[in-house]
Design a binder for this molecule. Structure first.
Ligand SMILES: NC(=O)c1ccc[n+]([C@@H]2O[C@H](COP(=O)([O-])OP(=O)(O)OC[C@H]3O[C@@H](n4cnc5c(N)ncnc54)[C@H](OP(=O)(O)O)[C@@H]3O)[C@@H](O)[C@H]2O)c1
Length: 228
């Protein structure tokens, strides 16, 4: 039995990742900051629910404590919760974007590490973004070049860097970052772009189901490694 926690899984790519991992036989915990949305999503999928707001230390601790007391370990963590961080380039907006997209990864990963260490094949997938790739945002041929989302890009660059640093400091645990592909979710609704969450979740699922000797410290999309 593989025990999996996905943050921000009440909708979008996280929800579809949960659906696909459940179909593969995982026990999936849907982490959601809102009880009603989270319970509804978990009931729709046959998953379990834990309240988890990645910006709140107490909620992260109690979510991981609940998984520890029910399962005793965690095999797969998917750091998926994220925000676009729109509303101006100012201190409060920047703090919110970084708190969710980068600091949230530290909170959840640190709380999960003791449980992951009890797994025979521990794996962490961070849903980052090619908008956080220096290569992509400086390459005029790439769509990220003209994306006016400075705070989102910067916080996703931090998310990818955290993945690399965790891979180095935790050699027994695989840490990989993923660019899921442009996806039609609430996050991108204002732009009217993207493919289905089902398609993008497949990329997340591939990295969440690596063998014990799979790669660590990589940043990948559906075609393989993405330049930093
Ligand atoms: N869509 C794309 O094209 C695209 C491309 C590259 C990367 N990504 C990344 O993919 C991930 C999923 O995004 P999505 O497109 O599926 O967007 P989405 O539909 O807006 O889903 C985002 C999820 O994150 C949750 N969330 C936000 N703040 C949270 C917090 N403080 N604590 C816990 N959960 C929180 C949301 O919960 P609520 O319902 O409570 O708000 C929601 O469940 C994000 O990390 C995003 O940056 C998306």
């Amino acid at each position: 039995m593989t025990i999996t926690l996905i943050t921000g899984a009440n909708k979008g790519i996280g929800f579809e990742t949960a659906r696909q991992l459940l179909a593969l036989g995982h026990v999936v915990y849907i982490g959601a900051r809102d009880v009603e949305r989270g319970e509804k999503a978990a009931a729709a999928l046959g998953a379990r629910f834990v309240r988890l707001d990645v910006t709140d230390d107490a909620s992260v601790s109690s979510a991981l404590a609940a998984i520890e007391s029910a399962e005793g370990r965690l095999d797969v963590l998917v750091n998926n919760a994220g925000v676009l961080g729109q509303g101006g380039t100012d201190g409060p907006t920047a703090l919110r974007a970084f708190d969710t997209n980068a600091v949230g990864i530290v909170r959840v990963t640190e709380a999960a590490l003791p449980l992951l260490r009890r797994s025979p094949n521990p794996t962490v997938v961070t849903v980052s973004s090619s908008a956080g790739s220096f290569w992509a945002v400086t390459n005029p041929a790439r769509p990220e070049f003209s994306l006016p989302l400075a705070l989102y890009s910067a916080s996703k660059a931090a998310a990818t860097m955290l993945t690399v640093q965790y891979a180095k400091s935790q050699p027994g645990i695989k840490f990989n970052a993923v660019e899921p592909g442009t996806t039609a979710t609430d996050m991108t609704a204002a732009f009217g772009i993207g493919r289905t969450p089902e398609e993008s979740a497949r990329v997340v699922v591939r990295l969440a189901t690596l063998d014990a000797d799979g790669p660590t410290g990589t940043f990948q999309d559906e075609n393989g490694e993405v330049p930093w």
